[in-house]
Design a protein around this ligand. Structure first.
Ligand SMILES: *Cc1c(COP(=O)(O)O)cnc(C)c1O
Length: 430
């Protein structure tokens, strides 16, 4: 029997039939009649996440405050337990990771400790393509030190508004830089930065470096300990499927254990001393010291369920399928939507090791309307200005057939002009 062409449905179905992770899709609630490709913004709910929350509710109902020590596992240790669960996904010892706060709050908590401007070495190096919230936080941290934001925040430029060049980032690592904060993967283009190389170069120049890994944890493996990254943080609601507003994570390299957290709070105490209610702060030994306040146990229940699935699937298998899904997407876009005809092009690196879990298609101003038209047909990617639609085929619950169907539908919408019925504006939550 002849092998079908990549553009034929049969080809996608064969890839699905050979997919070792196919069974995991059944663990998720896939909204009816929907092709959901927005797991890089909000991952879908799994039965395990639902059960995880239900379990905490049951413990609260049955035990009241007793759940702090009698929950299974005890709520008092849940933040550390979730840190230990996710540690293998990021290549860290369990004590280096804790579940706490939220993304931007964790950046503040970490920058408060790791940004130590001294004399000439007083600047923070970030990049102009970063997620705005991270930049707001860095500006606040500089202003808090009584320094001038204009002088002290260096935003490495991107040549093309799409990608960052590691060599140019290295050039910007001067002896005036005290701290570097970069994303692991860019939220629009999906470019994955070379974290080990950047960490090595930063350390050669005596600069502390941290990464916002919101767009890569859960999509691919990381090796923070091996790379020597000083700190990192990431959210729980994108590829990790922890639910809307899920608690986030932070990582602190063991080399910094014992360093002083600056946004201190009682949940950063050594567990056995926390309820001594002493006015002197005795920090926990590991990353737990950077916790501030009572965690949202309910939300952690969902996250715990969601993380259990990763333990079963294995992050290497997740990365392999994710890579194949994005590769198939790019191939179909090349074959079905040639740029000279459709004015649409792939804005994500073509080398698989240089991209994370989504594909960005760039077009003109009409892409917001195209995004609306896709949604009207039950396909849910997301739109980011200017003119970018992001498609995240997620390894744990998307199929090759869905990728096939999406690119074909996109072609139909562009061919028949159906998108012209829709407004060019984006939604309030894009
Ligand atoms: C998703 C994301 C955020 C979101 O910040 P919250 O504090 O969770 O609202 C921040 N930074 C990056 C890079 C992100 O991808």
């Amino acid at each position: 029997m002849a092998m079908p062409l990549a553009t034929e449905k049969e080809y996608a179905l064969r890839l699905d039939a050979a997919d070792p992770l196919a069974a995991f899709r059944g663990r998720f609630y896939i909204p009816e009649n929907m092709i959901y490709l927005d797991g890089n913004s909000l991952g879908l709910m799994s039965a395990e996440a639902e059960q995880g929350i239900a379990q905490i509710m049951k413990e609260w109902r049955g035990k009241g405050i007793g759940g702090w020590l009698e929950g299974a596992p005890p709520w008092f240790y849940l933040a550390e337990e979730l840190g230990a669960m996710i540690a293998p996904l990021v290549g860290a010892i369990p004590e280096s990771v804790v579940c706490t706060g939220s993304t931007t709050v964790n950046l503040h908590a970490l920058a408060a400790s790791f940004y130590k401007p001294v004399g000439r070495r007083c600047k923070i190096l970030a990049d102009e393509l970063n997620f705005p919230s991270d930049i707001y936080a860095l500006k606040g941290q500089i202003a808090l030190r009584g320094l001038n934001v204009q002088d002290c925040l260096l935003l490495a430029p991107s040549g093309d508004g799409r990608f960052l060049d590691e060599a140019r980032l290295e050039e910007a690592m001067t002896d005036e830089v005290a701290l570097i904060l970069l994303p692991s993967a860019l939220y629009r283009s999906g470019q994955l930065l070379d974290m080990p190389r950047l960490t090595r170069k930063a350390h050669e120049r005596g600069i502390v470096i941290g990464f916002d890994c919101s767009h890569s944890v859960g999509a691919l493996p990381h090796y923070f300990d091996e790379w020597g990254v000083d700190f990192a943080f990431w959210c729980g609601y994108k590829y990790l499927n922890g639910g809307p507003g899920s608690p986030a994570f932070l990582y602190v390299n063991a080399a910094h254990f014992g360093g002083a957290p600056m946004l201190t709070g009682w949940f950063g105490c050594r567990k056995e001393r926390q309820f001594n209610m002493e006015l002197e702060f005795h920090p926990a030994k590991g990353a737990g010291a950077w916790q501030i306040s009572t965690p949202c146990i309910l939300a952690m229940g969902a996250l715990r369920g969601a993380l259990g699935i990763f333990r079963e699937a294995g992050i290497a298998a997740v990365r392999e399928k994710s890579r194949q899904l994005t590769e198939y997407f790019i191939l179909l876009a090349d074959l079905l939507l040639p740029e000279h005809v459709y004015g649409v092009r792939t804005g994500t690196p073509r080398e698989p090791e240089r991209r994370s879990g989504h594909v960005a298609l760039e077009g003109g101003e009409h892409m917001a309307a195209v995004n609306h038209a896709l949604k009207a047909r039950g396909i849910v990617p997301d739109f980011r200005p200017p003119g970018i639609i992001r498609f995240a085929p997620v390894a744990l619950y998307n199929t090759f057939y869905e990728v096939w169907k999406t690119v074909h539908t996109l072609k139909t919408i562009l061919d028949n002009g159906e998108y012209k019925k829709y407004s060019a504006g984006r939604s309030v939550v894009a």
